[in-house]
Design a protein around this ligand. Structure first.
Ligand code: NDP
Length: 370
């Protein structure tokens, strides 16, 4: 039996240590400094660019996920990452030889963080090498690609997840919880405004061959995806209008600004803006018969801020990519069901809506989604 003294010592220790911990809670787990000896998802990152670097950094705080490998076209980056993350030579690949992953039992999953147009082939090759795949948004360039990716991963019996980090973000989940609880009453309207003013005209994001489009593929997708998880329904129609102020920077097939509307089975509607031409545009607004939620910023790396008709959010900020990777490890290793899905079907639903938005921009017609 524990003595009172041992008990008090433990309390004092906890009280001393707690404020020092990266102590946030989500669902059933908590990342702290307690030792963890459960299963760990061993991840190789493909594409060591801006976002890959952020994910790698954030994964250092994970207990259930660990960066153990890299796939890159830049040998100098591989060397740098090897020394920064203690990555052995046998876990380093390039875009030509990464099919050899099938002979590497020390890597469980590949996280594809390359330009959009490369996702389709890279995901399918990683799946064929027998690895689970996490793929950045947009999962592919269109629904056809998405369907092929989902099918390939099913056939290879590996999981396909999409890097929808906000699906694990505590304030976002609080809005979803309140909606499910009926706190907003019948949902009537969602507004998603997502954009930034894009710089360097020579970057891949402005090259249709690599980006597959423009602002909608890159940033507007947050409003597409957000409309679905905020309203809690799948849209049945889309209408959209495209505007371009700079046809030199935003060439044919690279959208600068798109306004789009989605209609839902309950009668709820959403009105969204996607742009590469305005800063400070990161806002979600959900309106129901009994209340509202307002988030600004709503999709950036955070902290996400905002309020509902019941008051301001009190949930603690967490590093999005840390909680995402911790949760994705649980999904892959333990079969955990996330509150908002992040699987390939989820990525595919967004691609179908993006196809419909582009089609509506071209035809001027309303596009039915069912
Ligand atoms: P970067 O340009 O910063 O990095 C992309 C990396 O991909 C490059 O550094 C390079 O890495 C590799 N690559 C392979 N082939 C090419 C090529 N032909 N042209 C350019 N790069 C190539 O892009 P980001 O990291 O910002 O974006 C990558 C993906 O991540 C995109 O799909 C984007 O939508 C997504 N993303 C998601 C975010 C989120 O919050 N979920 C945020 C930002 C981006 P190497 O030299 O190692 O081969």
């Amino acid at each position: 039996m524990r003595t009172r003294r041992e008990f008090l010592q433990k309390i004092t220790y906890s009280a001393m240590v707690l404020p020092l911990l990266p102590s946030w809670q989500f669902g059933s787990f908590r990342i702290d400094n307690e030792p963890y000896d459960g299963p760990v998802l061993r991840v190789a990152i493909m594409g060591l660019g801006g976002y890959g670097t952020r994910v790698a950094q954030a994964m250092k705080a994970c207990k259930k996920a660990k960066l153990v490998g890299v796939i890159s076209g830049t040998p100098a980056k591989i060397k740098e990452w090897q020394s920064k993350y203690q990555i052995p030579e046998k876990n380093c690949y390039n875009y030509e030889n990464f099919d050899d992953l099938k002979n590497n039992p020390d890597i469980d999953a590949v996280y594809v963080i390359t330009p959009n147009a490369l996702h389709h082939d890279q995901v399918i090759r990683a799946a064929k090498a027998g690895k689970h795949v996490i793929c950045e948004k947009p999962m592919g360039l269109n629904a056809k690609e998405g369907e092929e990716m989902v099918r390939a991963c099913k056939e290879a019996k590996v999981k396909l997840l999409v890097g929808y980090r906000l699906h694990f973000e505590p304030k976002t989940l609080e809005v979803v919880r309140m909606r499910q609880n009926g706190d907003f009453g019948k949902i009537l309207f969602f507004q998603g405004q997502c954009g930034f003013r894009i710089g360097d005209p020579n970057q891949w994001r402005l090259d249709r061959a690599l980006a597959g489009g423009g602002s909608l593929m890159d940033i507007g997708i947050y409003a597409v995806n957000g409309a679905r998880y905020m309203v809690g329904e799948e849209p049945i129609w889309a209408t959209a209008q495209e505007m371009k102020t700079d046809p030199v920077k935003f060439k044919e097939g690279v959208d600068e600004t798109i306004l789009f509307q989605l209609g839902f089975p309950s009668g709820a509607v959403s009105s969204c803006l996607s742009t590469y031409n305005m800063n400070n545009l990161d806002r979600f607004f959900l309106n129901g018969e009994k209340g509202f939620a307002e988030m600004q910023p709503s999709t950036g790396y955070g902290p996400i801020e905002g309020r509902t008709h019941k008051g301001t959010f009190t949930q603690q900020h967490v590093t999005h990519q840390t909680i995402q990777m911790e949760e994705m490890a649980s999904i892959i290793l333990e079969g955990k069901e996330p509150i908002i899905s992040v699987d390939g079907e989820e990525g595919l639903r967004d691609l179908k809506i993006i196809d419909a938005i582009y089609k509506s921009c071209q035809t001027g017609e309303r596009v039915e989604l069912v």
